[in-house]
Design a protein around this ligand. Structure first.
Ligand code: ATP
Length: 484
C-alpha cells in the first residue's frame, strides 16, 4: 500500500498583498520537502510534504513530480486522480490550466495542457501494434448538481456505481480526440461553459468544482486484448470566508454550497484516516456529489495526488494553515490501486480480495457456465462488451458477471435517454399541431366571411376561388368547421 502523494504549492504574492506593507511572507523554506509556517500570532509550525513548490517553482516541475508518474500509470490501465485544493485565489486553476488553456506560452502551461501533450507524445512513440483511443469528458459540480460542460442540456448528471468501473457519470458526453490541438480546443469550450464569478479575493473565481476526465483505451491488436485507464483532474472550488470575500446573495449561496462539499471532503478524509484500528468504519462518501465522485480516488482504487495551493501572505495565514492541515491529514490515506483490466498472466486484485484464474472453485464454476452457454452466445457477449468499451478478463466468471451488469446498466441508461428524447419530440409535435389547427380555424373563418360577402354580392369568380380554398382546407384538416 502506498500513500497518496501530497504536495504544497505557494504562489507568488499578489499585487494587492505586495502593496500591503504590513504583510509578510509566512513560509520559510527548509528544503524541497519541509518548511516552517508562521501564523498571525508568530507561532511556528513545521510541515513536511512529498514535495513543496515555492513561489519561484515552474509549472513544469509540478507536472513532472505530481502528474507524470500518474499519467504513466493511467496508460497502463491504473486509474489516476490529481486534485488541486486550497483557499480561493490560492492558485488552483493556475496550476491546472495556466493563465489560459489554449493561448498560453510553453512555460506557463498547466497540468491539463501538459497531460494532454504527454498522452499524445506517448502514443506517438508507442508500438504500432497497439491502437490508442483518448476520450474526454468534462463536468462541473455547481450547487450540488453535476453539469456536463460539453453539453449544457445535461445539467443534472446522475452518478451510478459499477463494481467493475467504480463511480460512473451516467450519460456524460465523451469526445474522442486524436491530437493535442483538438483536445485543448474541446477543453477550452468546456471551460467557457464553467460557472465563474468575481469575489473580492479573485477576479475570476471558480464557483464550481471542475472535473476533467481522460479515458485512455488501448487495444492490443495481435493479442486481441484491451486495457483502459482513467485520469481524472479535479480543480476544486476555493474554500472561503464569506466576510473576507464580500460574498452576498447568489455568491453567498454558492460559497455555502462550496464550503459544505469541501467539509464533506474533509469528513471523508477524517473517516479514512481516523477509523478505530482493525475496524472498517463508515465513510460518508454519499454526503456530497464531490465525495461520491472522488470515492475511487480516496477509497484507494486510484493513484492519487493532491496539490495544496496556498497564498504565502500572512494576511491569509489561517486559510493556508487549514489547507496545509488538510494535506497533512490526506497524507495518511492508504491507496492500493489496481489495473482496470489486465493481462492474462496477471492475477486480478479486486475489492480487497485476490484470486487466481486457476483457482479450483472458479474453474469448477467456469466449466459449469461453459456447459450451459453455447459458444456462439459467449462470442456474442464478448463482442457486445468490446463494442461497449467494457473490458473484462474472459476467464473469470466474476468479471463476466460484472461486465454483464455494466452492459445492462448502460442499456437502461441509453433507453431512458431515448424515452426522454421521444417525450420531448412528442411535446414539440403537439405544440406544432396546435399552432397549425389554430391557423386553419382562423383561415376557415375568413373563408366563411368571404363566402357570405361574395354570395350577397353575387360574385361568381370569388365564389369559385372560395370553393377551391375550402376544398384545400378540408383536405389538410377534414374536421375544419367550414362547409361549402
Ligand atoms: N504560481 C503562480 N504564478 C503566477 N501567478 C499565479 C500563480 N498561482 C496563481 N497565480 C495568479 O493568482 C491569481 C489567482 O489564482 P487562481 O485563479 O488560480 O486561484 P484559484 O485558487 O483557482 O481561485 P478560485 O478558487 O477562486 O477559483 C490568478 O491571477 C493567477 O494568475
Amino acid at each position: 500500500m502506498s500513500n497518496i502523494t501530497v504536495c504544497a504549492r505557494f504562489r507568488p504574492l499578489s499585487s494587492k498583498e505586495r502593496s500591503n506593507h504590513d504583510d509578510n511572507v509566512c513560509v520559510h523554506s527548509i528544503d524541497t520537502e519541509n518548511f516552517i509556517f508562521k501564523d498571525e500570532k508568530e507561532e511556528d509550525f513545521k510541515f513536511s510534504f512529498d514535495r513543496v513548490f515555492y513561489e519561484k517553482s515552474e509549472q513544469a516541475e509540478v507536472y513532472e513530480f505530481l502528474a507524470l508518474p500518474i499519467l504513466g500509470d493511467a496508460i497502463n490501465g491504473i486509474n489516476g486522480t490529481i486534485i488541486t485544493y486550497g483557499q480561493t485565489g490560492a492558485g488552483k486553476t493556475y496550476s491546472m490550466e495556466g493563465p489560459s488553456i489554449v493561448e498560453c506560452d510553453e512555460k506557463r502551461k498547466g497540468l491539463v495542457q501538459r497531460t494532454v501533450d504527454g498522452l499524445f507524445e506517448y502514443i506517438k512513440s508507442s508500438d504500432e501494434s497497439v491502437k490508442y483511443m483518448i476520450k474526454l469528458s468534462m463536468v462541473e459540480i455547481y450547487m450540488e448538481k453535476v453539469r456536463d460542460l460539453f453539453d449544457l442540456s445535461k445539467d443534472n448528471i446522475q452518478l451510478k456505481e459499477s463494481r467493475v468501473q467504480g463511480i460512473l457519470l451516467s450519460g456524460v458526453t465523451e469526445i474522442s480526440v486524436f491530437n493535442s490541438g483538438e483536445a485543448l480546443q474541446n477543453l477550452a469550450s468546456g471551460i467557457a461553459n464553467r460557472a465563474v464569478g468575481e469575489t473580492q479575493m479573485n477576479m475570476a473565481s471558480s464557483r464550481s468544482h471542475c472535473i476533467y476526465i481522460f479515458t485512455v483505451q488501448q487495444e492490443f491488436t495481435k493479442e486481441k486484448r484491451m486495457k483502459a485507464g482513467k485520469l481524472v483532474l479535479v480543480d476544486l472550488a476555493g474554500s472561503e470566508k464569506a466576510e473576507k470575500t464580500g460574498a452576498e446573495g447568489r455568491v453567498l449561496d454558492e460559497a455555502k454550497t462550496i464550503n459544505k462539499s469541501l467539509s464533506a471532503l474533509g469528513n471523508v478524509i477524517n473517516a479514512l484516516t481516523c477509523g478505530p484500528p482493525g475496524k472498517t468504519n463508515h465513510i460518508p462518501y454519499r454526503d456530497s456529489k464531490l465525495t461520491r465522485i472522488l470515492q475511487d480516488a480516496l477509497g484507494g482504487n486510484s493513484r492519487t495526488a493532491l496539490l495544496c495551493c496556498c497564498s504565502p501572505s500572512c494576511s491569509n495565514a489561517s486559510e493556508s494553515l487549514s489547507t496545509l492541515r488538510f494535506g497533512t491529514r490526506a497524507k495518511h490515506i492508504k491507496a492500493s490501486p489496481h489495473a482496470y483490466h489486465c493481462s492474462e498472466e496477471n492475477n486480478v486484485k479486486k475489492h480487497g480480495t485476490c484470486y487466481t484464474t486457476k483457482d479450483e472453485s472458479s474453474e469448477r464454476i467456469l466449466t459449469k457456465l461453459r456447459e450451459k452457454l453455447d459458444v456462439e452466445e459467449v462470442k456474442l457477449l464478448e463482442e457486445l462488451f468490446t463494442l461497449e468499451g467494457i473490458f473484462f478478463y474472459p476467464n473469470s466468471v466474476e468479471d463476466l458477471k460484472l461486465a454483464y451488469e455494466d452492459v445492462t446498466l448502460r442499456t437502461i441508461v441509453s433507453l431512458q435517454q431515448a424515452v426522454e428524447e421521444l417525450v420531448c419530440t412528442v411535446e414539440v409535435l403537439k405544440s406544432e399541431n396546435n399552432t397549425l389547427k389554430a391557423r386553419i380555424v382562423a383561415a376557415a373563418e375568413s373563408i366563411e366571411a368571404l363566402h357570405k360577402e361574395a354570395r350577397q354580392n353575387g360574385n361568381a369568380s370569388v365564389l369559385h376561388k372560395i370553393f377551391d380554398l375550402n376544398q384545400f382546407v378540408s383536405w389538410i384538416w377534414p374536421f375544419s368547421p367550414t362547409k361549402c
